[in-house]
Design a protein around this ligand. Structure first.
Ligand SMILES: [Zn+2]
Ligand SMILES: [Zn+2]
Length: 626
């Protein structure tokens, strides 16, 4: 006969619509609640289960009035805060002050049950030194039998107890226990429905439970409150999900609070996938699936950047967010929101939009975002103060060092196109890239060549500028490969434009105003300046290969020292009727003078021979041949 001395209440109330619920008493333990010697794991109603704490004979306690009764178990409703393995204060039965009419001592407790899957026991405690229940046969006080609401005794060891009303609700349980001594079988439990509650609207209410370092309060049910665990979001159809931080040693499961089912149920816990770094993961469980998925979630909070762009990168794997790459936006300053500082490596000191000092090594020129006025590259490459040409400071070797020129994002003034730094509208050429390998260059839209734009260029042999009106000083200074420059519309020519260059021929047929030292010490062979009005001093000095020069009819002024050491010079033609002023000494190298001819208009021959400056050339002056 029945000799069991404990109470097992395995409620199997059929909840309308939830007939498929299994009684799954799965209390967790670490790390896998479904493995090991766990009181909740096995069917508590199985009398042959050796793990069942109620099995076997027990020694009755001598004085039950001094004992305590507790509920242990798991489930939805109030049982979600209960535990199979630890005594919870809320689940201690209260000893009533009065005994019942039969002299039985009464212990009561009241809690809410969702009958479909909840399971629990009422037990007399036996605790070890640490206060934990000890699941060892013989240490438990048991109640042999319980009776149903009709008062009928039911064998608790082999059958589940049915709550006659079949309703979810708040129940009051009363343990009737007879003082020592036996018969134990006279002890029993009664219960009554105190208040019906509305059943859960879904059979699923999913949580992530387990050990997660980032969530100290998250725990297996039984160790902590399920409310403290991570509640998953239901999509209204079949899928539950939550995005959580998962660390390396974390172990967890997806848990259905309503029927205490774990996913995965057996055989291991969910962990951080080994192919993903610690960080955010999306845990997804699809209704009916046995195993949830754990997928790395990119956490795009970290800025990545290079000189031209920034982007958002994943905190954990450095993955670049799709579509996030954008140009830096400096918003008026030189620091972008991503942390990139414009020109920080280029060593350009900018004040008021102008370069005041360059301290870099010339190798990688990074034009800063806040540069508004392009520097004279003579200054940049070592010209003296105020761009005065100081040979000791002007360093062709600095030009040769340049390997790259870039413009910081956010600079709205300049662009690089056709191997040159241009104004944004493409009309001003500020700097031809020294490292370009092009030999013949044409700039169709450029109307102005800025100072020093091609200075010391060693590659370009032919330069075509069909629309240029203005040429800045030193524009082609020191070029070593240039043979021909085509500037047919250029009217204003700065100082030293072709000085010390290798240029042999030029088209300057529209040039009106020309600065000093235009071709000094160059390899110029011949030139026709048909439109020139004023020509600065020393234009052809030192041009040892120069043979012929033609000035147009509009020439009014020469700066002086135009022809010095021109050993090959044979012909100067001046079409101006009135001799241009030539206030300085008009020097002609003695070696040239023997073969030199100076041609002037027929009617002006005498005037030239008498004019200041020209009179020294009187013996060479002849009329232009008709
Ligand atoms: Zn990522
Ligand atoms: Zn940026």
């Amino acid at each position: 006969m029945n000799t069991k001395k404990w109470l097992t209440l395995g409620l199997t109330v059929a909840l309308a619509g939830c007939l498929g619920w299994a009684v799954a008493a799965c209390a967790p333990t670490e790390p896998n609640p479904n493995e090991g010697d766990n009181p909740g794991i096995n069917n508590p109603d199985d009398p042959n289960n050796p793990d069942n704490p109620g099995e076997g004979d027990v020694t009755p306690d001598a004085d039950r009035d001094t004992r305590e009764f507790w509920v242990t178990g798991a489930g939805a409703g109030d049982l979600s805060t209960c535990s199979w393995t630890a005594l919870k204060p809320d689940f201690k039965l209260t000893k009533e002050p009065k005994k019942d009419a039969d002299g039985y001592t009464l212990y009561t407790i009241q809690f809410k049950i969702y009958a479909g899957g909840d399971s629990f026991k009422i037990r007399q405690d036996e605790k070890d030194a640490n206060g934990a229940l000890v699941w060892t046969d013989g240490t438990y006080f048991g109640i042999d039998e319980v009776r149903n609401a009709s008062g009928t005794f039911i064998d608790a060891g082999t059958k589940n107890i049915g709550v006659a009303t079949g309703k979810d609700g708040v129940y009051k349980f009363t343990v009737h226990t007879k003082p020592s001594p036996a018969p134990w079988k006279d002890n029993y439990v009664t219960w009554e429905l105190v208040e019906s509650v509305t059943p859960p609207s879904t059979t699923e209410d999913m949580y992530i439970v387990g050990k997660l370092a980032a969530y100290p309060k998250n725990d297996w049910p039984g160790y902590g409150k399920i409310e403290d665990c991570i509640h998953m979001t239901f999509d209204g159809d079949k899928t539950w999900s939550a995005t959580i931080t998962v660390k390396t040693n974390d172990q967890f499961k997806v848990y259905n609070k309503l029927n205490q089912q774990y996913y995965p149920d057996q055989g291991g816990n969910l962990t951080r996938p080994s192919d993903a770094p610690e960080g955010l993961f999306e845990v997804t469980w699809v209704s009916g699936a046995t195993t949830p998925t754990v997928k790395h979630v990119h956490n795009y909070v970290k800025w990545g950047y290079d000189d031209t762009h920034h982007w958002k990168a994943c905190d954990f794997d450095n993955a670049e967010q799709e579509g996030s790459r954008a140009e830096h936006d400096f918003k008026g300053g030189d620091t972008c929101e991503c942390g990139y500082v414009s020109g920080k490596d280029a060593e350009w000191k900018i004040e008021g939009g102008e370069l005041v000092e360059y301290t870099g090594d010339y190798v990688n020129l990074k034009i800063p975002a806040d540069l508004e006025v392009f520097p004279d590259f003579g200054t940049l490459f070592g010209m003296g103060e105020n761009n005065k040409y100081e040979p000791a400071k002007c360093e062709p070797k600095n030009v040769a060092k340049v390997q790259s020129v870039t413009i910081a994002p956010g600079n709205e003034h300049f662009k690089i196109e056709n191997n040159a730094v241009l104004s944004m509208d493409g009309t001003v050429l500020y700097m031809y890239l020294p490292y370009s390998t092009e030999t013949e260059v044409t700039f169709e839209n450029v109307t102005e060549i800025a100072n020093s734009a091609f200075i010391f260029n060693a590659t370009v042999t032919t330069a075509n500028f069909p629309k240029v009106k203005t040429v800045g000083k030193y524009a082609f200074y020191g070029t070593t490969a240039l043979e021909h420059a085509d500037l047919p519309l250029a009217e204003t020519i700065g100082n030293c434009v072709f000085s010390t260059s290798s240029v042999q021929t030029v088209d300057l047929s529209s040039a009106k105003t020309i600065g000093y030292e235009l071709f000094i010490n160059s390899k110029l062979q011949s030139v026709e300046l048909e439109s020139v009005v004023t020509l600065g001093r020393s234009a052809f000095s030192g041009c040892k290969e120069l043979t012929t020069v033609v000035f147009g009819a509009n020439l009014t002024e020469l700066g002086g020292y135009e022809f010095y050491d021109n050993t090959a010079l044979t012909s100067i033609t001046v079409k101006a009727t009135n001799p241009p002023t030539a206030t300085s000494v008009f020097l002609i190298a003695p070696a040239a003078s023997a073969t030199l001819k100076v041609y002037v208009p027929t009617d002006s021959v005498d005037a030239y021979k008498a004019a200041a400056g020209w009179s020294k050339l009187a013996s060479f002056i002849e009329a232009i041949a008709e």
